[in-house]
Ligand binder design. Sequence first.
Ligand SMILES: NC(=O)c1ccc[n+]([C@@H]2O[C@H](COP(=O)([O-])OP(=O)(O)OC[C@H]3O[C@@H](n4cnc5c(N)ncnc54)[C@H](OP(=O)(O)O)[C@@H]3O)[C@@H](O)[C@H]2O)c1
Length: 271
Amino acid sequence: MGTVTTTGAYGPWGIVAGGSDGVGVAFAHGMAARGINVVLVARRVPVLESAAAEIRARHGVEVRTVALDLGAPDALAELAGATAELEIGLFVYNAGADVRSVAFLDRDLDTHLSLVQRNCAAVLEAAHRFGAPMVARGRGGLVLVTSGAAWAGGATLATYGATKAFDLILAESLWAEWRGSGVDVLGLVLGRTDTPSHRRLLDAEGTASAGGQVYEGLADPTDIAEEALAHLADGPTWIHGSENPTGGSPFGALNRRDSVLAMSRGAAGSS
Ligand SMILES: NC(=O)c1ccc[n+]([C@@H]2O[C@H](COP(=O)([O-])OP(=O)(O)OC[C@H]3O[C@@H](n4cnc5c(N)ncnc54)[C@H](OP(=O)(O)O)[C@@H]3O)[C@@H](O)[C@H]2O)c1
């Protein structure tokens, strides 16, 4: 099992795409605590700037912010330009949650396509643009955050689940190609997690009952980031919260039809 203990393997700079709250900012704190300077990417400038200020104050590393929409087609080119003079040794692509579980035809086509742009095209572009110099250098790390929704299709999860399956397969494939190159790739599979984004989804779906019990049992973003940073070299896949985090799909030997029906029943719980 590998651990990240120095900036040597994964520094001197890291990028967290979707790094201003939830799992992303937890990664940024974890990286900064290990001496890695961080670039945070997100859309809402006040949230981004306050996350950056807290990381600077707490860890004393350099922090830069790049405000952009990862769903815009030129986002990764802009990010590469904004960080051109930095040596990026770790890239965490975290942004990826859906705002709501909704039937496929009840959502307009542009919204589906923008999810695909942020969760697939931009992830691929990040891996290509930032992975190439890492492989050339012979060191680095790439974390693609994915979801239990990647394990099988499910009603109201069509585009989200498909994009997360894309991320899982992309991470596993790059792990297979880059193993031995010095660059660690991890496909990080998450279940329900206590993030601002997930709370907004629960609230929008009216599942946030009085007393907030619905928030109980959600995974903790800091636990996730710490575990993932400790296991960057234990890819291709890390399933947070599983008894066997490097094991297979929780659907095991179920046939595809039963897996899809089970996923459909638990749709809200798997995003
Ligand atoms: N939370 C869960 O229960 C859960 C379960 C399974 C998997 N996951 C996965 O875990 C990851 C993190 O999820 P999350 O719940 O923390 O929510 P998230 O919305 O994916 O991530 C929040 C962070 O990403 C930024 N972000 C979101 N969309 C962006 C965009 N278009 N451009 C730039 N930045 C963007 C947010 O800032 P701005 O909003 O200001 O842009 C914030 O910094 C996702 O990949 C998700 O699929 C989460």
